[in-house]
Design a protein around this ligand. Structure first.
Ligand code: NAD
Length: 284
């Protein structure tokens, strides 16, 4: 299962990052979008991200040119036919992901590994629509992909050891630290992160402390790079609510009940940095 050519479905926030780090590590990459306009936008963002890496002295101009030369953008899924590994990074919608996996299963060579970057959907759901569930897994990257060091692989009850081994080797070659999580709600990282987020928001909601004090307490007392509210504004409150609701739907565990305040803030459009206002105000 030697991986030489990597396919990425979706050139949004995550897909473009996965394409960039794969190309920088010497893999041939095909990245797809639903239309030329979105593809051009994604490719321009990859170019910009590589330019930033050059400015910071992390890579040379020649490295940037070599990486760009390795990436082929496409709007035709048929271009995945000779990929050894495909990472699906389309929007978080199970029906869409099932359709993409059904198509990939028909298009890709029989031994190609298929994976999804889903944050919270069950990987088994997409593995089950293919005729190759033993070579389907989750490849959960973190945002921003070129900077975040973790790759959380997700092993379903059907994923083979050889598939995990091949994906681990690939992840390490991208400079990532690889962990293997079970295909259970939240995998490892969100399972730890979400109850922590719920507790922080409920502390604020119940007047236990101010958001500033909770942020400072966690940051300095636990030596986290940032407190829960700063992180929530960065991740997007809508994303956190979506993940919590998905985890609650699957587990019915009270640990994953979204706080009322979070739901109201999302309804109000207070989504964090991306909307200009979340727990903090970014319009000032
Ligand atoms: N944003 C994050 O912080 C983050 C972190 C980890 C995992 N994820 C997961 O990664 C996936 C992608 O998230 P994102 O933040 O990059 O979303 P995004 O909206 O930025 O990008 C998704 C892209 O996929 C494209 N797309 C949709 N259908 C497609 C298709 N059939 N073929 C090709 N492209 C298609 C869309 O046009 C869009 O540009 C989701 O499953 C998400 O849950 C996101």
């Amino acid at each position: 299962m030697a991986i030489k050519k990597v396919g990425v479905v979706g050139c949004g926030l995550m897909g473009r990052g996965i394409a960039e780090v794969s190309a920088k590590s010497g893999y041939d990459v095909v990245v797809s979008e639903i239309n030329k306009e979105l593809l051009d936008k994604g490719m321009a963002a990859i170019n910009q991200s590589l330019s930033k890496a050059v400015e910071k002295g992390k890579i040379s101009d020649a490295d940037k040119a070599a990486a760009l030369g390795k990436i082929k953008g496409t709007t035709d899924m048929q271009d995945f036919k000779d990929c050894d590994l495909v990472v699906e990074a389309a929007v978080e919608n199970l029906d869409l992901k099932k359709k993409i996996f059904t198509d990939l299963d028909k298009i890709c060579k029989p031994d190609a590994i298929l994976s999804t970057n889903t944050s919270c959907l069950s990987v088994m759901n997409v593995a089950a629509v293919t005729k190759r569930p033993e070579i389907v897994l989750g490849c959960h990257f973190f945002n921003p992909v070129p900077i975040m060091k973790l790759l959380e692989l997700v092993k379903t009850i059907t994923t083979s050891k050889a598939t995990i081994d091949a994906a681990t080797e690939w992840g390490k070659s991208l400079g990532k630290t690889v962990i293997v999580a079970p295909d259970r709600p939240g995998f490892i990282v969100n399972r730890a992160y979400m109850p922590y987020m719920v507790e922080a928001i409920e502390m604020l909601e119940n007047g236990v402390a101010s958001k500033e004090d909770i942020d400072t307490g966690v940051q300095l007392g636990l030596n986290y790079p940032m407190g829960p509210f700063t992180l929530a504004d960065l991740a997007g409150l809508d994303t956190i609510l979506f993940v919590l609701d998905a985890m609650y739907a699957e587990t019915k565990s009270p640990k994953f009940v979204a706080p009322v305040l979070l739901r109201k803030m999302v309804t109000a459009g207070h989504l964090g940095r991306k909307s200009g206002k979340g727990f903090y105000d970014y319009n000032k």
